[in-house]
Design a protein. Structure first.
Length: 299
């Protein structure tokens, strides 16, 4: 049952992350990424802190080795800032294409740091998910796929994805038994501190009272749904599932981005795009079957 909960957590994660791409593309050029994300993580810290105090009091052990939260906070801050920097010049669906590189990167970091090995079933699932994601990203257009060129925004965001992929195995490596909500609070506060120290000039220079409405809509969404919630979901899943499986859910993100874009007034994708969605669904089924087989294995 715990592995299934981990998969459900990452399914929700993929939906919420996709929303941040779609909304972020509309706000990226209206505010400095450091300023936006600093405010976002301070607000998220309040939300997560309130949830933590309402459900469980953190013990003294949670305050041991605070450098752990700082390391994870630096990685998280890097990912989110570079995401918004990338969205300044690249469309949301294209950025989500780069995001699908994280499962392979995460699997590599998982092997290096935790010696997590990839079974043939997981490798097949990652391959199918990657193929399906590319099919969705390029709207079932082979010519567009063959002409694939990495733009400046995509190149910037790639390094954010490297930070995100390293973050996942480090959560399991650095956690010392703290409850997910407690560990999430520590990481969220550390991320807010890192962003404030790095972006205090941008924060002071931002004309907060003159910002357009889309910035505030985006800020509310990424604070309550794409920060506090996704950090908790990712922490929870990373403590249960191998890094490669956790990040495999990023393959669903391009599909969800297209759904978000449609909801926000975008055009419908070609019917053949459904083939890519089916491939990503098949990849997730393979992952779930792998967990089920392990759960019923003797000994």
């Amino acid at each position: 049952m715990p592995p299934l909960r981990g998969h459900l957590a990452m399914l929700a994660f993929s939906v919420l992350v996709a929303g941040s791409f779609a909304l972020g593309a509309r706000a990226a050029n209206e505010i400095a990424p450091l300023a936006l994300n600093a405010v976002r993580f301070w607000l998220a810290s309040v939300v997560v802190g309130a949830a933590m105090m309402a459900t469980s009091r953190p013990g003294r052990e949670a305050a041991r080795a605070p450098w752990r939260y700082l390391v994870l906070g630096i990685l998280f801050a890097t990912y989110f800032v570079l995401m918004f920097e990338g969205l300044k010049t690249a469309p949301s669906v294209s950025i989500s294409a780069v995001f699908t590189l994280t499962p392979i990167l995460s699997a590599a970091f998982g092997w290096f740091l935790l010696r997590q090995r990839m079974t043939p079933r997981i490798a097949l699932a990652l391959a199918l998910g990657g193929a399906g994601a590319l099919w969705v990203i390029f709207r079932a257009d082979l010519d567009a796929l063959l002409r694939f060129e990495i733009g400046r925004g995509e190149a910037i965001f790639f390094w954010g994805c490297v930070a995100h992929a390293l973050y996942t195995p480090l959560v399991r490596m650095l956690n010392r038994g703290e409850r997910p909500i407690v560990f999430t609070f520590g990481v969220t506060v550390a991320t807010a501190i890192v962003l404030t120290l790095a972006g205090w000039r941008d924060i002071l220079a931002t004309p907060w009272a003159e910002l357009p409405g889309i910035v505030w809509v985006t800020l509310v969404y990424i604070t309550f749904f794409a920060s506090a919630s996704t950090v908790l979901l990712l922490q929870y899943a990373a403590l249960i599932l191998p890094s490669s499986k956790v990040m495999a859910y990023t393959y669903l993100t391009p599909s969800w981005v297209i759904v978000w874009e449609m909801a926000l007034g975008g055009a419908l994708p070609p019917p053949l795009v459904a083939l890519g969605v089916l491939l990503t669904a098949l990849a997730l089924i393979l992952l779930l079957r792998d967990e089920e087989a392990r759960a019923h294995a003797p000994g």
